[in-house]
Design a binder for this molecule. Structure first.
Ligand code: GLC
Ligand code: CA
Length: 559
């Protein structure tokens, strides 16, 4: 249990609570299953709020829990203002928010504005109402090409692979940037805009503190004919004028949203998922007149390499100055290979590659995975990140040091990206979405009474919460200690680099004297007299071992 003083230390009631928060992402269907149907649910999360409080996070971000056929893990939303009956009720949701707030933990929910699901009432209405109807105007319907309109309007390809157009019974085609079950909304339509304002108010009124905005850079489109071909599209610059991606006018939408956010006290926050071409373009999403913060995904595609980390950190701090926002850090989320695994494989960033006819992840089959090395580097990278200015987004299971699950058969896989072979070619994203192990023994490792919706491998037992909680050298113990110390040490949002005389060792100091040293290389790094001031991380004979991080702090700060 967390005592009142810890909860108090965590609570920052000013409007700026988000600037340096540690946010923990929950993928609800894979967190904890209270009713034993194999799918994680809201009562399951409720049963684990003490775990979340003990972890020491400032906020949780809940991935979609709305009614959904799960064509894309819940990012295909049937109704934006309800809870999936399999996951619980609105009353359960209210109870969860109250329980988290009581422990000083804020709540962020996921908004998916680019597309609805094909089961959404609007899309069903559009299908029934037929061509030329107002209902079709909420989506992007076009006539086909070819003699009888039997060919799609363009040769564009969706993110998950295959055509980006789908034909409906009366012969028209609709546009879907993602799965067939995710028709894109028409953001030129005032009704669409109005409805999302209503959704933002709906959750804000229920006490939600902030929002994570799914593919925030894709909402507005310019589909004036003639439409470019796929090849032409790929050559167009993404400078605000591209027909589909990161168009300048998308910010008019977020300016409207900001008015809603600021009508609450404290103002609701938002963070953009925006994969855009430059840091400058990303800064627009993070502006105080817009969403206020944007994810920085640079480390998801970086190697465990001092020079890459250093330039990413420097660029993002500079970018934060541009936007006035705070920096954000992410090593793992529900869309990418877990970082313990990326760092334990040959350096291909966890990206899938083709070997012969087989797609394999991260440049090697699972037997090339060096688990111990992955764990060591993951610890080093996490401690480095938690020492940086700005907010850090953690993904459920990384606090256990979980590895990606490779051993899921094709029949058991769920990710549409796996089946259609689009941008996430290879194994898809199921391997990081396997339900969490809570206990080493028992049905589905304590996830639920009757199995898990994705298969858990036997090695999950070693990573179970009950095992790690009892082991002071576990990843869980490290995260708990790091998050606890971080609250004490947190200071103004800046850092100064300290020269180390080695290209593979990074060192920086925060304004209050808190220092972080990361050794990316193999050779130990001598810490000199500072070895005595290490408050977290491994020291061996006065030196920082290879592939590890320490925190150094004056005693009075941790007192
Ligand atoms: C975002 C989500 C991803 C989803 C996609 C479509 O990238 O993170 O999981 O598949 O949007 O909604
Ligand atoms: Ca359940």
């Amino acid at each position: 249990m967390t005592d009142a003083s810890t909860a108090e230390a965590r609570t920052d009631d000013t409007a700026a609570w988000w600037r340096q928060a540690a946010v923990y992402q929950i993928y609800p269907r894979s967190f904890a299953d209270a009713n034993g149907d194999g799918i994680g649910d809201i009562p399951g999360i409720l049963s684990r709020v003490d775990y979340l409080a003990d972890l020491g996070i400032d906020a949780v971000w809940l991935s979609p829990f709305y009614p959904s056929a799960l064509a894309d893990g819940g990012y295909d939303v049937d109704d934006y203002r309800d809870v999936d009956p399999r996951l619980g009720t609105l009353a359960d949701f209210d109870e969860l928010v109250a329980a988290l707030h009581a422990r000083g933990i804020r709540v962020i929910v996921d908004i998916v504005p680019n597309h609805t699901s094909n089961r959404h009432a609007w899309f069903q209405e559009a299908l029934a109402a037929g061509r030329g109807s107002a209902a079709r105007e909420r989506y992007i319907f076009r006539e086909g090409t070819g003699e009888n309109g039997e060919l799609p309007p363009t040769d564009w390809v969706s993110v998950f692979g295959g055509s980006a157009w789908q034909r409906v019974d009366d012969g028209q085609w609709y546009f879907h940037h993602f799965a067939v079950e995710q028709p894109d909304l028409n953001w030129d339509n005032p009704e669409v805009r109005e409805d999302f304002l209503k959704t933002l108010r709906f959750w804000s009124d229920r006490g939600v503190d902030g929002f994570r905005i799914d593919v925030a850079h894709m909402l507005t489109k310019d589909l004036t004919e003639p439409l470019p071909s796929r090849a032409e599209l790929e050559l167009l610059p993404q400078d605000g004028t591209h027909p589909l991606i990161d168009r300048d006018e998308v910010h008019e939408i977020y300016a409207e949203w900001r008015k809603v956010f600021n009508s609450y006290d404290p103002p609701r926050t938002a963070v953009a998922e925006a994969w855009v071409s430059t840091p400058e373009r990303r800064a627009r999403y993070a502006s105080a007149e817009g969403l206020g913060q944007a994810f920085n995904f640079d480390l998801l595609v970086a190697d465990f390499d001092a020079e890459q980390f250093r330039s990413i950190i420097a660029d993002n701090l500079a970018q934060a100055t541009l936007s006035g926002s705070s920096t954000t850090w992410v090593l793992s989320n529900h869309d990418v290979t877990r970082h313990a695994t990326r760092y334990g494989l040959p350096p291909l960033n966890g990206r899938p590659v083709k070997q012969g006819t087989e797609w394999v992840k991260a440049g090697g089959p699972a037997d090339q995975l060096d688990r111990e090395r992955g764990r060591r580097r993951a610890h080093a990278a996490t401690l480095l990140l938690l020492g940086l200015p700005g907010s850090t987004y953690l993904y459920q299971g990384e606090e256990l040091g979980l590895h990606e699950v490779a051993e899921i058969s094709p029949e058991q896989r769920q990710d549409p990206a796996f089946f259609r072979g689009g941008e996430f070619d290879g194994l898809g994203r199921d391997g990081c979405r396997v339900p969490l192990p809570w206990t080493a023994e028992g049905s589905s490792f304590g996830f639920g009474a009757d199995g898990a919706h994705l298969p858990q491998p036997s090695w999950f037992a070693e990573y179970a919460v009950d095992v790690e909680a009892a082991d002071p050298s576990s990843t869980l113990s490290l995260y708990r200690e790091a998050l606890r110390l971080r609250h004490r040490l947190q200071t103004a949002e800046s850092l100064e680099w300290v020269e180390t005389g080695r290209v593979d060792v990074l060192r920086f100091a925060r304004p209050n004297g808190w220092q972080v040293v990361t050794n990316f290389g193999a050779e130990p790094f001598d810490l000199g007299a500072d070895a005595d001031a290490v408050v977290l991380g491994p020291v061996d004979g006065g030196a920082l071992p290879g592939e590890s991080t320490v925190w150094i702090a004056p005693q009075e700060l941790i007192g």
